[in-house]
Design a protein around this ligand. Sequence first.
Ligand code: PLP
Length: 401
Amino acid sequence: MNKTVYVDNNATTRVADEVVEEMLPYFKELYGNPSSMHTFGGQLHKRMEHARERVADLIGADPSEIVFTSCGTESDNAAIRGVLESYPKKRHIVTTRVEHPAVLSLCRHLALHGYELTEIGVDSEGLFDLEELRAAIRDDTAIVSVMHANNETGVIFPVEGAARITKEKGAIFHTDAVQAVGKLPMDMSKSNIDLLALSGHKLHAPKGVGALYIRRGVKFQPLIMGGHHEHGKRAGTENIPYIIGLGKACELAKEYIKEEQDRVKSLRDKLEENLLTNIPNARLNGHKTLRLPNTTNISFEYIEGEGILLLLSEGGICASSGSACTSGSLEPSHVLRAMGVPFTAAHGSVRFSLSRYNTEEEVDYIARSIPPIMKKLKDISPYAKEIEELEQKAASTANRG
Ligand code: PLP
């Protein structure tokens, strides 16, 4: 196959053609400022509000509850800091050990600057215990921040249960839904979630645009101060072309969500089954079913993940060995470590994350490419003996079966 096979969609996605089309006029013809008094700029206000309606519609929110931001990281930071500033007497934060750095680094930073932090752990399948969460929330807990779906494993957290418990205990609930929006149906009108972060580039809009859902009535102080944009919740002239793109991407996501759940999931399942069946040292990281339909994270025990990625890349296949933010370091992923994945397996983990643009032909090509890569890496691995033992074990199980 002499084209790029892109299965790294949890890192970022291709911008949909329909999104680019809809954005283009906003660079050359409709370049005004939506806050202007004149009609040339003023007409953009209506268009921006239409984009807001589309974003709100995807998550079952009211448009007045959507604030445009520059990315998922900003949305997460604004949510957590915005709540903490609104409740100055409450100095305790609860989160999980497997959050994206957009949440975890901020919480750990705050813990060094006068806040108390409780990080809930996860089990070997990547799930946490709701009762442990309940026990962690105190009278002085200001915010509980729990991600909707994990970027590395795709594991889906019980956010509705967590939000209900948080509400019962009198704290505010935020979810980093950057990986979940557009892949899982959600309805804020029937939810106890107070704040939810999303990001354009994970759902076929460009990088550099995001949104924060803030439930009506939730106390919130803006992270970025300045003019009166976004009803005083986020200052800065709105990035109109990207906001238009995000609106269109949300509309498309609503249309494609069923396909993500069916066609994309069946491609993911085919790839996963093939690898787990045919590669003796392969094991799945994360819960078998409570997982995003597009994500599979597989460890190839005793093999270096970076080696696999390099050889995959030579064949035009783009996958990832963890979150893009942590790659470049030889430290195994904090998510896999929190799940207790042994060192020898965590180092050899590869994440394949699919999208609506992947095909069956591509999945078959990946499945065909892995065995020769494994053979090559096994031959130079200091653990060749251990891999051979796994191969023999698999062969004798197959013979018995
Ligand atoms: N949260 C999660 C779960 C993510 O996967 C990412 C990006 O990888 C982010 C937050 C940050 O989003 P952005 O890249 O838009 O800042």
